[in-house]
Design a protein around this ligand. Structure first.
Ligand SMILES: Nc1ncnc2c1ncn2[C@@H]1O[C@H](COP(=O)(O)OP(=O)(O)O)[C@@H](O)[C@H]1O
Ligand SMILES: [Mg+2]
Length: 292
């Protein structure tokens, strides 16, 4: 279980200070695929980086399995990070290493026996559907395949948690669907608790059971995906769902009248009680080896 209690993060720069997170309270239970959604600059990456202490919160606490880890340093911090895998939008693979060697890297750092490490790396590559691609280099793979390598590498330490920061944002929609299906499979078969950071409601709908909506450094809404989709309460949630239009332009001059602007996101409002699409829990499982 991951708990964030009264968490805040203020960045200091030469331009002054900026509160990127304000009073964040969030609980992610074991087994969840928890979506955190918001527009660019909302504070999503800061939030997820506070979970594994890549960023230190300015105030508040991070609890992992009930233990306050906020001030972990040195060995304790390394151990914690090995229990929390992370993947990114741009994959972050080592370009000079083969697929196999990328997955072996965390096992080498841990000084695992070579034969055990090789066995583990091959098993992981099989799990992510990259059997037979061990000798390729990242540049010889599609985006979806590269993200599969980074997932295998993130799982090498057998983490209890996997943090995904915009992991599908650089991928087309079909590849996104196959990566999300793989993440669901990993959650189901390995019991890994997954946190998915995204700006796309379609990602939350396809993969998550719970969601937190973050806007202007604060969490404005949390809940089961099906209930938040059926009855969103925050304005930003309705906008992200396409149920409410976003002002297309700022007034140029306070005194000046500007022509009426066409809504950029014109959609029919849906029935308040009617869920959108198939709830994540009932979504059909896509093939995981579909993308090439
Ligand atoms: N290291 C930093 N120093 C100063 N400001 C930062 C730093 N990192 C992020 N920010 C600011 O904090 C806000 C939230 O950033 P981020 O968490 O990356 O948002 P998101 O991932 O939702 O796009 C942004 O306004 C960003 O400019
Ligand atoms: Mg971000």
């Amino acid at each position: 279980m991951i708990e964030l209690l009264g968490l805040g993060k203020t960045y200091q720069s030469k331009h002054g200070s900026f509160e990127a997170l304000k009073d964040i309270n969030l609980r992610i239970d074991d087994g969840d695929i928890y979506g955190i959604i918001g527009v660019s600059g909302a504070g999503k990456s800061t939030l997820v980086r506070c979970i594994n202490l890549l960023e230190r919160p300015t105030v508040g606490q991070v609890l992992i399995d009930g233990i306050d880890v906020t001030n972990y340093q040195g060995r304790q911090l390394l151990d914690l990070r090995s229990r929390i895998g992370m993947i990114f939008q741009d994959f972050n693979l080592f370009a000079q290493r083969t697929v196999l060697s990328n997955v072996l890297f965390p096992l080498e750092v841990r000084h695992d026996a070579r034969s055990e490490a090789l066995k583990q790396a091959h098993n992981l590559l099989k799990l992510v559907g990259l059997d037979g691609m061990e000798k390729r280099y990242p540049a010889q793979l599609s985006g979806g395949q590269q993200q599969r390598v980074s997932i295998a590498r993130a799982l090498a330490n057998r983490p209890a948690y996997l943090l995904c920061d915009e992991a599908t944002s650089a991928l087309d929609s079909l590849t996104t669907a196959s990566i999300l299906a793989l993440l669901r499979e990993i959650n189901r078969t390995l019991g890994v608790t997954i946190v998915i950071i995204t700006h796309a409601m379609s990602v939350v709908e396809a993969a998550c059971n719970k969601v937190a909506v973050i806007d202007g450094s604060r969490i404005v809404e949390t809940g089961e995906v099906a209930s938040v989709f059926a009855a969103p309460t925050a304005q930003i949630t309705r906008q992200l769902l396409g149920l409410e239009t976003v002002a297309a332009v700022e007034p140029i001059d306070a005194g000046e009248t500007i022509a009426a602007v066409e809504p950029i996101n014109a959609v029919e409002p849906i029935n308040a009680g009617e869920p959108i699409g198939t709830p994540a829990t009932q979504a059909p499982r896509e093939a995981v080896d579909g993308d090439v």
